[in-house]
Ligand binder design. Sequence first.
Ligand code: IVH
Length: 674
Amino acid sequence: MPKSSDKTKQQIERLVKDLNDHCYQYHVLDSPVISDSEYDLLYRELKDLEERSGYSPPDSPTRRIGAPPLEKFEKVNHTMPMLSLGNAFSYDEVREFEQRIKRYLKTDENILYTVEPKYDGLAIELTYKKGLLHRASTRGDGSVGEDVTDNIKTIKAVPLKIVGDSVPEVIDIRGEVYIDIREFEALNREREEQGAPAFANPRNAAAGSIRQLDSSITAGRKLHLACYGIGFVQGSAFNSQREFIQWLKGARFPTPSGMQPAEGIENVIKAVQNIEERRDTYPFETDGAVIKVDSFDTQKRLGMKTREPRWAIAYKFPAHRGVTQIKNILASVGRTGTITPVALLEPVRIGGVTVSRSTLHNWDELERKDIRIGDTVIVERAGDVIPHVIAVSKDKRTGEEKVFHPPENCPVCGSAVEKGEGEVAFRCIGLNCAAQVQERIKHYSSRSAMDIEGLGEKIVALLFSEKLVGHFSDIYTLKKEDLLNLPRFAEKSAQNLINAIDKSKSTTLARFLYSLGIIHVGEYAAKLLARHFEKLDDLYRVKAEKIITIKQIGEKIAASLEKFFNDEENLQTFETLKSFGLNLSNPDFKGMEEEALPLEGITFVITGTMPVARKEIEEDIERLGGRASGSVSKKTDYLVAGESPGSKLAKARALGVKTISYDELLEMLKIRAG
Ligand code: IVH
């Protein structure tokens, strides 16, 4: 490598500074001063100089891309846990939030808050050491996340270096990575064309873009960042959220749009309303407003309950609604043969998203709501779910509307349609129904199942119509040459798909069980099975009575599993898959012995004023297997006493029942929950 002269070094540093300034102007301030092609020219000049001299500063924009793909994400321990937020669904619940705070602080003085939009994205922690971006990690379970540094670096709004005078030694900055609604729609259109499954909402799109082992995929997605929080910090101190946000701005970090301070809860509510009014004008999806106590000192005094801080809450906006017309109703056939009605809508923009289809759930609902073709309907989009029709405007009827009946024959294969006893669903009984077969293959290859990248809707349809696959086990017989004969494939894409198929052969038993698409067996049930059955073979010819001994698995699931694992053809399929190299590990296995829930057999009574709703505490206790009772008796194990406990405390003392505080209960829940 030739040694760089001082002059070249200076030139490089100048270019890095200029390009970073432009990057900030464009991606954070949204007001570029040079054109894209001028930027590209400067960038190429820098890249060229860096290559020739072998010198590239750590904050050079050339370092944002080109990291080699990873094998897996490394785990990252968060120095301070990344918490989630409690929700308020009404202004009264916002007022209760403030009441709790005042009770806790034993004060009646007005409190200063900040109010900011809640971004619908993925929480990220950025760790800077001596001002340089050291690592970026996902929230994960709050304590342990994943190292996604290479991916985060591709987001141009993320500073690689903190500018300004007061640069802390170490600082964890938290924020949300998100995708704009328009980008989200464009990305889904593109994915549809490529046969990849669409993302259900902008949050999934952001998360899916960050959880990529190959950062060049992330680089191709137009992701943004809004920083709103702080974790561990050393060598600097901030007194309040407002002060911290000011510092972030000065240090060139993007911060939430329209953050407002508000003193007293009624002003908080006004600020929330203000954000809600502007909701549709934001380019990003927001499903609420986050209210935070401004003072960090007060935040510290308030602390947290199990996983949420006491000093912040998310007010959730009601779902977006729109009015449109049903152009047609289709009967769509799912993986298990279930036939569901789907409404094709006159496209309508609802909260910034174009909606043209809506599930009608089931035929009973269609009848109950009396939904007809041609009806004017109110459609709701709740941020993260598929839009659904909530009501019909019957006053708009002209008499031309048509009732749509469940089909007597499957619209895809023509087989008979049956309605199971006590079920609302109609099912196509055709075992080889093309729709079912394709849906099963799609499910088998989906991300939470065998995770075969590139085997989406369009490719499955193509492979099926070319008779290359008729069952999911046929996937493993595919050869590169077969793919190369098809219109959608070139050398690289064919090889990628073959590699992805090959990779899927080594997976966990839980994933595989879920992939099979057994009726009523979702991801959670599959995990429970893997916990109790060590190998796939242990499930061969299993009886429902055995499965039902697993707590949380009911009769319906047990019966479905018995049917599935006593079918010789299914067992034969397993043997075939094994001969293709299916190799299942089972990290979930714990054995058939049921471990008791941590609070099983322990009875609690709660009395006096609690910092959170009593119902919430009781639910926590019950979730861990305990019992929450209303009155003290000899059978009571613990009395949880808050302020002004009254007669129950006296009775507990008389009976010798142990009394604990709310904080002691929390400790107990935490310890016992492991
Ligand atoms: S503050 C302890 N501010 O919402 C407080 N969170 O439902 C932690 N989020 O995990 C978060 N916008 O991923 C905060 N302006 C905002 C936010 C925000 C979106 C996300 C964040 C958090 C989740 C909680």
